[in-house]
Ligand binder design. Structure first.
Ligand code: AMP
Length: 397
């Protein structure tokens, strides 16, 4: 095996996703996930050369999972030949405006951002340390969900709160899904033949988590997620924007602790909460088709709130060349795309139903020739992390 192997690690709050890239090959050679960490059901599965394997790892935490991953890579003769390792890091606070080669100083700053992402950043730090224990000399790169949005101007990232809370507590909009927004915006600029330095896009990343971003001349100038990934548009299980007074009201009425209400907003709301049955758009679309009124209602609210948010986001742009759909829902749900555009005719969008149903023309376009353009672009977050890892470690070599 050659030694141009790059391992990408995405440490979530209760899962670790991983993929192995051979430089410049867009398809990962090995991909896998460990889920339900630190429970009796902890399980790791991976696919290598079309073989899917599974390993029961009851009770394993992030560190143990990574040690098992390194063992697996060793057995496949892929471990010692690793060139570099890239980590997805949820929060880079105001420290990181782009990806960074991990040094002790960078690691300290990632740890300092743990207060802003208490479930995610500590997991990523554990991942980095687990690598340091076994391969102390291998270059590691941090790629941040927040970095792309560090170009937002103050008027976009500040809340209407006492300024002192921004200064003392860091309360501001940070934004997430940055690697995806940046990637699909760049792809759209190239595919649609736009002049990057005079371009305006709205990118809509619609997966289990959803966010939209206003991209002016290739840079993020506003985004829907905020201080945490709970703000913004409605999602699979997250409410998105609600009146902040609801917390206090429910705490009083239902005698619930604030943490429980936050849990409802994160885990039991959104598509799941409104439909009462599923957070999965594919399932809900099938149910709505069969006459399930709650499923249909959940999709209606999802699409309307999304369209409203897109229309609001246009305020930051000096021009609007295209709306870009990406993520599992954005790329696959012709129903959601059609509903969203039907609310946005005032912005000049006219859907081409045929193109929409077939998943776009050769440029991904789903709108009629005279319409403002809307397009589908496939996002590749892991690949972008691999690209940054390669770029930063090659520069340093
Ligand atoms: P992601 O987090 O990007 O993997 O996206 C997950 C979401 O995409 C889930 O709500 C899926 O139901 C949705 N999704 C994936 N495929 C389809 C499809 N063919 N039609 C509708 N929704 C889909």
């Amino acid at each position: 095996m050659n030694n141009n192997n790059y391992l990408i690690i995405n440490s979530g709050s209760s899962s670790v996703k991983f993929s192995l890239y051979v430089a410049d090959h867009v398809e990962a050679t090995l991909t896998g996930i460990a889920e339900r960490l630190s429970t009796e059901q902890t399980k790791m599965s991976w696919t290598f050369e079309n073989n899917k394997r599974e390993l029961e790892l009851a009770g394993a935490d992030h560190r143990e999972v990574l040690h098992n991953l390194f063992n697996i890579l060793s057995k496949l003769n892929l471990f010692k030949s690793l060139t570099a390792i890239g980590h997805r890091i949820v929060h880079g606070g105001e420290y990181f405006k782009s990806s960074a080669l991990i040094t002790p100083n960078v690691l300290t700053k990632i740890e300092a951002c743990s207060a802003l992402a208490p479930l995610h950043n500590p997991a990523a730090v554990t991942g980095i340390q687990a690598v340091l224990e076994q391969l102390p000399d291998i270059p590691q790169v941090a790629v941040f969900d927040t970095a792309f949005h560090q170009t937002m101007p103050e008027h976009a990232f500040l809340y209407g709160l006492p300024y002192e809370l921004y200064e003392s507590q860091g309360i501001r909009k940070y934004g997430f899904h940055g690697t995806s927004h940046q990637y699909v915006a760049n792809q759209a600029i190239t595919k649609l033949g736009l002049d990057k330095n005079n371009s305006g896009l709205i990118t809509a990343h619609l997966g289990n988590g959803c966010s939209i971003c206003a991209v002016q001349n290739g840079a993020s100038i506003d985004t829907s997620m905020g201080f945490t990934p709970l703000e913004g548009v409605m999602m699979g299980t997250r409410s998105g924007d609600i009146d902040p007074s609801i917390h206090q009201f429910l705490a009083n009425k239902l005698n619930l602790p604030l943490a429980e209400i936050t849990n409802i907003l994160n885990k039991r709301s959104g598509l799941l909460g409104l439909s009462g049955s599923s957070n999965d758009m594919r399932t809900l679309s099938a149910k709505a088709n069969e006459g399930d009124k709650q499923a249909a209602l959940a999709i209606e609210v999802f699409a309307y709130r999304l369209a409203k948010s897109i229309a609001g986001m246009v305020a930051g742009l000096s021009r609007l060349d295209a709306l870009v759909f990406t993520g599992g829902i954005g790329e696959n749900s012709f129903l959601v795309r059609a509903k969203v555009l039907s609310h946005l005719t005032v912005l000049g969008f006219e859907l081409d139903p045929e193109l929409n149903n077939q998943g776009g023309d050769n440029l991904g376009l789903i709108t009629k020739a005279n319409s403002r353009r809307a397009t589908i672009i496939h996002t590749q977050e892991e690949w972008v992390i691999a690209q940054d890892t390669i770029r930063l470690t090659q520069t340093e070599a």
